[in-house]
Every structure is written in structure tokens, then in C-alpha cells.
Write a protein that binds this ligand. Structure first.
Ligand SMILES: [Zn+2]
Length: 146
């Protein structure tokens, strides 16, 4: 089976984790746009989003109009939605709700947690019925040939 990899710009992860820090105690959410080439999920743009969830601190939702606008803009650039980021008060692993949502949105799911004192971010894709962790790497010169 092909091993997927997530390739980010070097400042993407610090930006996402800073966003998660700012949103505490609520969960933070962001959308990642880019392209998928062979086994490489290449992130071209990270959009930090407001969490619109009114029901709980441990769920997240985004403004559908803002998401639609970002999807249209991404399409014009040749990008699509390739990842969804959110933070957890729990360990950085998909919850049961996340697993259900991964079926609905089968993109890379990035989850950050500060449970151990420092932010830890992990990336997952759904393979058959399981969330599989995939490596997060930094974009390099090879990526520009994709
Ligand atoms: Zn979650």
C-alpha cells in the first residue's frame, strides 16, 4: 500500500499551533489547500478559521459561506481542500466524532494537542475503516516539480 506524506511549508505548523494556542480553551480549526501528486499531499496554503461551534468547546465547525468562498478561490489556483486541522484538549488522535467526519471529508486530518505541555501535531488519513498516521514533512525543492 502506498504511504502518503503531508508536505508543509516550514512556518505552517508553527502558525497552526499558535492558532490553537490563541483559541484555547476552545478547539481551533483551519483548512489546508493544495494538490495531491502520487503519494504526496502538498499544502500550498493554510487558512486559519474561526471556530463557529456554539454548542461545546470540544467540537468545531466553520462558517459555510467562508468555506465555500475559499473553495472557489482554491479552485481558481488549481488547488483543492487537502486537509482539515483542529486542536484537541485530549491526545492528538481522532475521536469517534472525528472518524465519522473523516468518512464525510476524506482528506488529511491534522490534530494538535498540548496535553503534554507542548503542542504536538499529527496527521491522519482514513484507510479502509482506520485512521492511519502519516508523516509530516517540510516542502523541499523536489516538491516544486510536482
Ligand atoms: Zn477532534
Amino acid at each position: 500500500m502506498m504511504q502518503y506524506e503531508l508536505h508543509l511549508y516550514e512556518d505552517d505548523l508553527p502558525r497552526l499551533e499558535q492558532h490553537a494556542e490563541t483559541c484555547l480553551p476552545a478547539e481551533a480549526v483551519s483548512l489546508l489547500f493544495g494538490v495531491i501528486s502520487r503519494n504526496i499531499v502538498l499544502v500550498n496554503r493554510v487558512e486559519l478559521m474561526g471556530n463557529e461551534s456554539k454548542t461545546s468547546l470540544t467540537t468545531f465547525s466553520v462558517n459555510p459561506e467562508r468555506e465555500y468562498q475559499l473553495l472557489i478561490e482554491a479552485e481558481k489556483r488549481g488547488d483543492s481542500l487537502v486537509g482539515i486541522f483542529h486542536s484537541h484538549p485530549a491526545p492528538p488522535e481522532p475521536s469517534k466524532t472525528d472518524l465519522r467526519n473523516m468518512h464525510l471529508n476524506p482528506v488529511v486530518w491534522l490534530i494538535s494537542s498540548k496535553l503534554t505541555g507542548t503542542w504536538i501535531t499529527k496527521a491522519y488519513i482514513l484507510e479502509e475503516e482506520n485512521a492511519i498516521e502519516i508523516p509530516i514533512k517540510y516542502r523541499n525543492s523536489i516538491d516544486s516539480d510536482l
